[in-house]
Design a protein. Sequence first.
Lengths: 283, 764, 159
Amino acid sequence: MPIRMKVFLPTSLEDALGILRASPGAHVLAGGTDFMVEMNYGHRRPERILSLRFVDELRAWSREGATLVLGAGVRFADILSSEIATLSPALAQAARTVGSPQIRNTGTIGGNIATASPAGDTLPVLWALEAMVNIRSEKGERRIAIRDLVTGVKRNELAKDELITSISIPVADGPQEFLKVGRRNAMVIAAASLAFACNRSERRIACALGAVGPTIIRCTDAERFVGERVDWERLMVPSERDRVKFGELCSEATLAVDDHRSTARYRRHAISVMAYRAVARMS
Amino acid sequence: MSKWFSKGTNNVMPNANESISGIATSLQRPDAAEKVCGTFEYSSDLVANNMLWGGTLRSPHPSARIVEINVENARGIQGVATALTANDLPGKPNYGLLMSDQPVLADEFVRFEGEPVALVAAADPEICRRALAAIEISYELLEPLTDPERAEDSPAVFPGGNVIRRVPIERGDPEASGDVVVEGVYEVGMQDQAFLGPESGVAVPNEDGSIDLYVATQGLHQDHAQLAPCLGLPGEKVRIHLAGVGGAFGGREDFSVHAHACFLALNTRRPVKMSYLRDESFRGHLHRHPARMWYRHHARKSGKLVKVEARILLDGGAYASSSSAVAGNAARFACGPYRVPNVSVEAICVRTNNHPCGAMRGFGAVQACYGHESQMDKLAKKLGMDPLEIRFINALQTGDRLPTGQKVHVPAPVRECLEAAAAVPLPGESSDNVDGYGLPGGAGRTADRSRIRRGVGFAVGYKNLAYSEGYDDNARVRCCLKDGKLTITSAAAEIGQGFVTVARQIAHEVLGVEDIALHPANTSDIGSAGSSAASRQTYMSGKAIELACRQIAQRVCEACGENWKVNAKQLSLANGRVRSEDGRFDVKLAEACGDPIETEVFHSHRQTFGMDKATGQGDTDASWIFGAQRAVVDVDLDLGLIRVVQITTGQDVGRAINPLSVIGQIEGGISQGLGLAVMEEVLSQDGVVQNGSFTDYLVPTFADMPPVEVTLIEKPEDGAPFGAKGVGETPSLSSTPAIAAAIRAATGLELPRVPIRPEQIALA
Amino acid sequence: MEIERRYELLINGKECKVESSWLGESLMYVLRERLGLWGTKNACEQGECGSCSVLIDGMLACSCLELAATAVGVDITTVEGLGAPDNMTDIQQSFIDEGAVQCGFCTPGLVVAVHDLLLSNPAPSGQEIKEALAGNLCRCTGYGRIEAAVVKVVQQRHE
Ligand SMILES: Cc1cc2nc3c(=O)[nH]c(=O)nc-3n(C[C@H](O)[C@H](O)[C@H](O)COP(=O)(O)OP(=O)(O)OC[C@H]3O[C@@H](n4cnc5c(N)ncnc54)[C@H](O)[C@@H]3O)c2cc1C
Ligand code: FES
Ligand code: FES
């Protein structure tokens, strides 16, 4: 008495998009590290699954001048073991904190984005770097800023027939940091996280926060404040008071809540500490 | 006293050759080869012909009245063999370890979130899950009682009131007071055993109406005593077989799939397999009792304790399980391993609509140890004394009287344990910290070295060995020597602790035989061994094996004496031979006596007695085990993140029959104590568990465990098997308070609750 | 490729036919319940414990997070593919010698993970061992003897 279900394993992006058009209910499966937990626990019961396992195009990455283009199927381990790690240190640091080697070998950056969890570790980095997400369906291609793609807790605005194909981010142009607090020294979902990126040519600092709101939060006030106080020659924020203030401003940007992982108060506090430390690590 | 350092591999040389060796050697586990290759069969690996999969529907509400259940939709699904409710139960509706109060399936009321309400058996797990989802239940929601402080004054959760047991201990002068008094209120969160092997088993019905259950459990016979009546079958029609156990730690003392799988199998007349997913595991077994503890210590200026007052409130949750014994332990060990002339203690275990709690490693003594050790540090601080010094001054010794009035008749190396923990040099900064991964915060790389403080803390604890308070504690073993081979039949459950190794070592030590087989453990071939709990199996079944083998040895010598006309008194057994002192008689054991020699031993430990209802006085315990630890902890002061850097421990073991296993027990116990100190807690909100998964119930990973330096204190106990006490539980007593003390030392904070959350430090 | 019912998996070098009643089954479930490869253990089915670890095209992965029907055409190695009781790997032997096994439920997954670690990093530091094995929970041992087992293999291989 089999239960009806069908699995598609296309080998090209074109085929994959064709299948999505023909059966828009098909659920996309990349590494499976989010999706399979839901399957195993009966929270999802799709009748059709489209696996991206053999769509090699999605696994590729390239550098185009000052831009890094990462295929949606790039795994956390790929980020750590390739040149991406030096081209985007904060992304690599975020990737290193994801789960365990098993998860990093399997989970993809596209999956992290599509899952759209506020605790997704690459998301604050992508926010801070103002990543553009490249999306395709059979109808065509579009590019959208990551902050517009993610619309809420675990919600995105992808249409049923669309796939994320790649993500474009700038190659690092100055120090970057990613910090994450959790109650365990490894393998833990963030209670709060922070990405910090200096852009030396534009003399700008970007900072984004994870797990302290329904989506990732950009700290624009804090960025502006600290950006004006950086000594760009020595690449540091010389004043201790300014560094502290930066932490406070980041903390003010949060929309943290209490849950079983942490409290709103601690989250706000942790953000201020991490922001302070990130800026202190610049030099 | 002998030392075994777990770090320096040269001190623990496992026995490299394959042959069995006797006690005090690190014989390898007989099941290890299968375990490392994946061929060892666990309870979740079983299959039977024509097997169905069983599943449980559980209440989502902590307190409700079941208005109606409709299983027809579920029954109608293709592939579903049956769907059952309390109306279909074949026998006694309730079970329980010490009191039969827990329903096999909820009938009218559900009393905790996760209480089983209906069952399904289907062709495979997915169909089973879909069928469970199709069952329609309407509940009338009731206000749950979730605050244990309110339990005594609230309507009864279960007929008979909400106090499961109240245990007072009154000794000495109630008016006594000291030069200094320190008071504190402490809390311990609800810990989970979190064994890895899921609750699972297969029930196989037979044509004659009998049933065989293959299940992962700690105590076959205690399961059997509860199960047969629930199935409405006479005892001899129910056989329980031990299936491979993937860890237990107390969490397999009570039923998991037992009654449900059998009930489904009897109903469908087909074998039924059940195996819990992790979310069900968090609802399907009992946890460690959360505790709230008030303490007041009185001491002289010298540091000598004058009086300890304590009130310990344990939340037993909806059903009693072993709660009354846990409360007994909490009361008896409330003062710690110290000489306390005046005692006024009360432990109360109450019912609520929270998850039921029962046995977990340390059993009531863990909670108390966190309380009394926190108090000892407070006292030391108030007196300006060294935390070690105050413990030395008050350390219990053999011959002292406990709060129950019982005299300590066994070695009590409290001071030695502490000294051993203190003797190891303090660690330097880890050289492996190149990129900060080894600092507090680990992979998150949040650390700022200038904001990290190191703290050092000590703690010592003790608890009873084996069952207490007059509880019938015994173990039965049968040994048979045939053709030079020994078969040991025992129902002792191997749960990972290494009983299968120790059993062989003891037998080998006495008989000198190499070829030793352990008959599979079940309820039909031998009487009870008691549960693999309370650190008791080496002490009880190990002793029974020793006694049985000694009887066999004697009979071998007598038989040789008769057959060969030699003086039996001059014969001894070693290396598979029987020899006379002068060496003139020397024959192979296999040839020494023709007929098989079989003997059965029923061993009980020294008699214990109940506690006086008003004063708690009585000779309640058979023996005690002691252990001390020193924790070195790095704390990120701003983020409240923690890295335990090193644990050193002195452990009273009596005698280490298998030093490597003992070290494994100690390190494992410490990791669970570390978990309780800083990360492990089942969180409920209004009686509903919030983190029933390994994503959010955090147990220590490889990256959280520090190196452990173990010193075994070997002071053999008279009458124990080769002097060996148990070792299963003490390691988890003192690591939690030692780590908490180290964090206090680093931060200067009170930290009255474990697990310590980062916000308690960072926002203080 | 489309799969509706039957598919084949390449496990430990052997083609294995699978017929599932439901295609939503994880690789862990199929290895165990459909193919009888019980060495892959089922402790959490949420990727958190590593007891179900296998190698997929040489990469360490949790088999509970792989949809079995999509694991066609890849090379799957389970613990059974590494060594057997009469032909154990040095890692397996070292786990036994060093007392790294108690209940053993975590052990097959750890054996696979250590195998993978030492292929990519033949001389890991203590910290590297911890980071590499952080996805394999063990509730019994406190990890001390497991670390000792890894260290011993490394030593032996460099002798
Ligand atoms: C044990 C464990 C630990 C974890 N720890 C962390 C952690 O520390 N930090 C963290 O951030 N995450 C963590 N995760 C979550 C998870 O690993 C990540 O979110 C991962 O990036 C998901 O990627 P995936 O390829 O596995 O996604 P999948 O599970 O395959 O897919 C997730 C969702 O994304 C959609 N999707 C995937 N790819 C595309 C695409 N190209 N186009 C459109 N939609 C797509 C899918 O349809 C699905 O709904 C953990 C998970 C587990 C099991
Ligand atoms: S069972 Fe797969 S990681 Fe736990
Ligand atoms: S040995 Fe039991 S979980 Fe590791």
